[in-house]
Design a protein around this ligand. Structure first.
Ligand SMILES: [Zn+2]
Length: 67
């Protein structure tokens, strides 16, 4: 079982207000997500922004948090 106990981490201090491609709406704290053939995503490959709840719901990893 995967458990995400992520709340507001300090690393996201520089988050902004923007468009979340996953729930199709504006949200605070969106992060840039690089999408590569994601079945449950928006369907198009490319760069999209996702808000916190959507990142947890779809198990998204922000581009900046990747190795
Ligand atoms: Zn969202």
């Amino acid at each position: 079982m995967q458990q995400t106990t992520q709340t507001a981490d300090p690393a996201n201090a520089s988050v902004g207000y923007g468009w979340c491609a996953w729930h199709q709406g504006n949200a605070r704290g969106v992060r840039l997500i690089s999408v590569i053939e994601q079945g449950s995503g928006p369907g198009t490959a490319g760069n999209h922004f996702a808000c916190g709840p959507c990142r947890q719901a779809y198990d998204l990893v922000p581009l900046a948090d990747r190795p």
